[in-house]
Ligand binder design. Structure first.
Ligand code: VTB
Ligand code: MG
Ligand code: MG
Length: 327
């Protein structure tokens, strides 16, 4: 895949972020989500790829745009066939309430290289580059924390675990506390949380818990690019979720399989881009500067070279036709 795709991808997440950021605090999750989808989709159209959405906004009958199976991009240029995973607004609750860490995110890999995850829950564990290879999703919380502490040359008391604030995580939280590590709870957005483990300045060392499976695949691309590590296990929590697994042809044995990083994303030739919507730990949110200008802050990474770029951009809202059409 051409390296210039990096910057093209940032345009896509920037557009989604800019289109949805004005919804901050309005309590309108659906409106914000639709705006992000519209912004993302309109910029995708100009990309010189032939992409198929494999992780998207649901099936065709439930999502008018960026549905699973939708072909996006203009198919010109190199004619590379890619699989695309999108979450135009990761953290609809966050934007509705103006809480931190809502992001627009997209990941790309060669065709067939992203796990076609069902819309179910997934158990996840993620760490940054220094702790690559030392965690095991089947080990106890204590064992994993000890391994991470050793890899980071920290006392276990100095290891910070990021966990989504949900009742289903009661046992994990208890075990982390017993082991003596620190905890950072977050209300929503485990893609941003997983990504944070790859950046020392966030102060986050490891993500543990159960979140969305689609989000798991997207986060895996980020960690692949970052040189970190991640493992997942599908975790259907209802009959409906089991039915979704069956629809994808997954047997009980498949569902119980340990998905290491390569099973989640099987190629290094992948790209990941995210733009902050609300102010976050790693990415600043969309900032309105006045005089029709808005500032965005994004990260874009390429697995093949491991390059990580932070892109700060100032947009003229009155001049950008793509945005004018969707805002
Ligand atoms: C998860 C997580 C997401 O929503 O899907 C979560 O991966 C849903 O969990 O990052 P609940 O059903 O417990 O709310 C997010 O937090 C936001 O999409
Ligand atoms: Mg979403
Ligand atoms: Mg999401």
């Amino acid at each position: 895949m051409d390296r210039s795709l990096s910057l093209e991808l940032v345009r896509v997440t920037e557009a989604a972020a800019l289109a949805s950021a004005s919804y901050m605090g309005r309590g309108d999750k659906e409106g914000a989500d639709q705006a992000a989808v519209d912004g993302m989709r309109s910029t995708f159209a100009g990309l010189s790829i032939k992409g198929t959405v494999v992780i998207g906004e649901g099936e065709l009958d439930e999502a008018p745009m960026l549905y699973i199976g939708e072909v996006v991009g203009c198919g010109e240029g190199e004619e590379v066939e890619v699989d695309i995973a999108v979450d135009p607004l990761e953290g609809t609750n966050l934007i509705a309430k103006g809480l931190p860490n809502a992001i627009a995110v997209v990941a790309i890999a060669p065709k067939g290289c992203l796990l076609h995850a069902p819309d179910t829950y997934m158990k996840k564990i993620a760490v940054g580059p220094k702790a690559k290879g030392v965690v095991d999703i089947t080990a106890t919380v204590k064992e994993n924390l000890e391994a991470v502490a050793k890899a980071l040359d920290k006392n276990i008391e100095d290891v910070t675990v990021i966990i989504q604030d949900r009742e289903r995580h009661g046992e994990i939280i208890k075990e982390v506390r017993e082991a003596g590590a620190r905890i950072k709870l977050f209300s929503d957005g485990d893609v941003a949380a997983a990504m944070a483990t790859g950046f020392e300045e966030t102060g986050v060392d490891i993500l543990m818990g159960i979140g969305g499976a689609p989000e798991g695949v997207i986060a895996a691309v980020a960690l692949k690019c970052l040189g970190g590590d991640m493992q997942g296990m599908l975790h259907p929590m209802s009959d409906e979720e089991w039915a979704r697994c069956k629809e994808l042809g997954l047997s009980e044995e498949d569902v119980n399989r340990i998905l290491n990083l390569d099973a989640l994303v099987s190629s290094d030739d992948c790209f990941f881009a995210a733009t902050g919507i609300t102010q976050g730990d790693l990415l600043k949110g969309v900032l309105y500067l006045g005089s029709n200008r808005a500032q965005t802050h994004s990260v874009v990474m390429r697995g093949k070279t491991g390059t990580i770029r932070f892109v700060e951009a100032i947009h003229r809202l009155d001049k950008n036709e793509t945005l004018i059409n969707v805002m």
